[in-house]
Design a protein around this ligand. Sequence first.
Ligand SMILES: O=P(O)(O)OC[C@H]1O[C@H](OP(=O)(O)OP(=O)(O)O)[C@H](O)[C@@H]1O
Ligand code: HPA
Ligand SMILES: [Mg+2]
Length: 179
Amino acid sequence: MENDIKEILITKEEIEAKVKELGETLSKEYQGKTPLMVCILKGAVLFMADLVRNMDIEVEMDFMAVSSYGKSTESSGVVRILKDLDTTVEGRDIIIVEDIIDSGLTLSYLVEMLKGRNLNSIKIVTLLDKPHRRKVDLKPDLSGFTIPDEFVVGYGLDYAEKYRNIPYIGVLKPEVYSG
Ligand SMILES: O=P(O)(O)OC[C@H]1O[C@H](OP(=O)(O)OP(=O)(O)O)[C@H](O)[C@@H]1O
Ligand code: HPA
Ligand SMILES: [Mg+2]
């Protein structure tokens, strides 16, 4: 599996330190509140799990599944909701937890949809931001690392459902996806 990695972009230790910092920032920002942390499945599941353990305020967790990539390194542009929230979000403070913002299509669709549900507030936290590939105007409120325009895997991020359990963020060798 790790033979398919060309280069380590962000080490396990760098991820740990950054997630701790993001958790502390969110704890301060939401002091006295109980935000609903919304994990976007499946990529953000490892980040969510580590992030909430670095927050010392009361939080609730919920999960949404959307998919636009499938077995490709390019977004299809069609965002399908595979699982909606279980929680009623009216009046809540929502924190969307994402692993990566690339074209921005997934989140712009989701945020617009959620804004129609009478929230109190909504913020986006992402571990990785790939701003050069943006197709819509969307900026995270909090971001861990800005990365170059390369397809990355690990720490939740997949290519064709694989590599999610690699503990660091790595760049996949192009021959892996170009066949
Ligand atoms: O900004 P965008 O170009 O929309 O890309 C980002 C989205 O794409 C990936 O999800 P994917 O659809 O691959 O589902 P997954 O999390 O289950 O892998 C990633 O986890 C983000 O949700
Ligand atoms: O670079 C990426 N890697 C994995 N999944 C992704 N979804 C959007 N961009 C990426
Ligand atoms: Mg994916």
